[in-house]
Design a protein around this ligand. Structure first.
Ligand SMILES: Cc1cc2nc3c(=O)[nH]c(=O)nc-3n(C[C@H](O)[C@H](O)[C@H](O)COP(=O)(O)OP(=O)(O)OC[C@H]3O[C@@H](n4cnc5c(N)ncnc54)[C@H](O)[C@@H]3O)c2cc1C
Length: 340
């Protein structure tokens, strides 16, 4: 962007290339507004990203979001389009949940969708042609619509700056805006310690996933059960929110020791791993809304037109993929309306 660009004809900066940022960018571009997306990560998706396989030819791991549901009209419309092309497909069970009486089969009330070949297909589809700069950590929002990267580079001006970051990361940038700072303050997020493991032998197991295997293991997924991951020997094991909080700063040996017995139980034998890796999600989901996505308000996104900053993200609508998508779209629509 040239230094003579005025704010009025400059692009809109979207911070975050997760589902919320990608949905915001897609909606702005549909309205004919130029955008520039920034993310500190190496690829799209944020908490809906796919860890690339360590072995050529093996599918990667969905190490964040496992699947998504589309209950509202906005995401349902997109899903209809994407499922027609096979980019998202339904994930079939059986899904088992441990209860006092043993393993029970869940009866999901709505389709569980996954991106194909990985969950990061969703943000990829939304970002499509949006110019996106990765490995670009924003460390400050400056006056006049400029922003500063960790590298020291200053970019802008941007017509608006829309943030779609987890609350504590957003809060660190928006202290100068009382409206945004208040919205992002004191939002508790719970962590999730995730184990990605590839097994030497395929086990003759029919179930796709196991919920609440033990007090400390909230979820175990068999990657090969998802469409487009044929032949995967990968499993994803997630610690429960309480155990993740308790063991967050522990080492990998401790994490494995807490999770391996649950995997051994569903396999019927001790797992023999050919690959093992962990990811520590510090801000996985809202602490007060795990497992549900109740909207906090009809339109909880915040726009501060004096500064030209806006705030969205899953956490403003309870959490989960659909909340992120709805929030990104709603934030973009607020921006479009404000710009007239
Ligand atoms: C382990 C786990 C399991 C989950 N399972 C499910 C599930 O099964 N179903 C479901 O619906 N939801 C699930 N969720 C929740 C779901 O992943 C999130 O609700 C959703 O992905 C959030 O999207 P977002 O765009 O709001 O935020 P994010 O995905 O967090 O995107 C924010 C982006 O901002 C970037 N960023 C942060 N700070 C900066 C900065 N300073 N500069 C530049 N970029 C920055 C980050 O790199 C990130 O890409 C799960 C989450 C986790 C972690």
């Amino acid at each position: 962007m040239s230094s003579t660009t005025t704010r009025a004809d400059a692009p809109i900066a979207v911070l975050g290339a997760g589902v919320a940022g990608a949905a915001a960018a897609a909606r702005l571009m549909e309205a004919g507004l130029p955008v520039q997306v920034f993310d500190k990560g190496r690829g799209p998706g944020g908490r809906c990203s796919t860890r690339r396989s360590e072995t050529a030819g093996e599918p990667g791991f969905d190490h964040g979001a496992q699947y998504f549901t589309a209950r509202g009209p906005r995401l349902r419309a997109r899903c209809a389009e994407w499922s027609a092309s096979g980019s998202v497909q339904s994930w079939r069970g059986p899904f088992l949940r441990r209860s006092a009486g043993g393993w029970q089969e869940e009866q999901p009330s709505t389709t569980r969708w996954v991106g194909v070949p990985g969950m990061n297909q969703l943000p990829r589809l939304l970002l499509a042609s949006a110019p996106t700069r990765f490995e670009a950590r924003i460390v400050a929002l400056l006056p006049d619509g400029r922003l500063e990267l960790a590298s020291g580079e200053v970019l802008g001006p941007f017509r608006l700056i829309l943030l779609t970051l987890p609350p504590s990361q957003a809060a660190a940038l928006v202290e100068d805006s009382p409206a945004l700072a208040t919205a992002a303050a004191n939002v508790a997020m719970v962590p999730c310690v995730t184990w990605m493991v590839r097994l030497a032998e395929t086990a003759p197991i029919e179930a796709s996933a196991f919920r609440d295997a033990t007090d400390e293991v909230g979820w175990i997924a068999r990657e090969a059960s998802k469409p487009g991951r044929d032949g995967s020997s990968g499993w994803v094991v997630q610690m429960s929110p309480a155990a993740s909080t308790r063991w967050l700063e522990a080492d990998e040996a401790t994490w494995r020791a807490r999770m391996e017995p649950a995997l051994a139980e569903v396999l019927g034998r001790a797992p023999i791993a050919t690959h093992s890796a962990f990811h520590r999600w510090r801000f996985a989901q809202r602490g007060d809304a795990a497992g549900s996505s109740p909207p906090n308000a009809a339109s909880p996104e915040v726009l501060d037109l004096d500064r030209g900053w806006g705030l969205g993200g899953d956490w403003l609508r309870g959490g989960r993929i659909e909340a992120a998508f709805d929030s990104g779209e709603a934030l973009a629509e607020r921006a479009i309306a404000a710009l007239g």
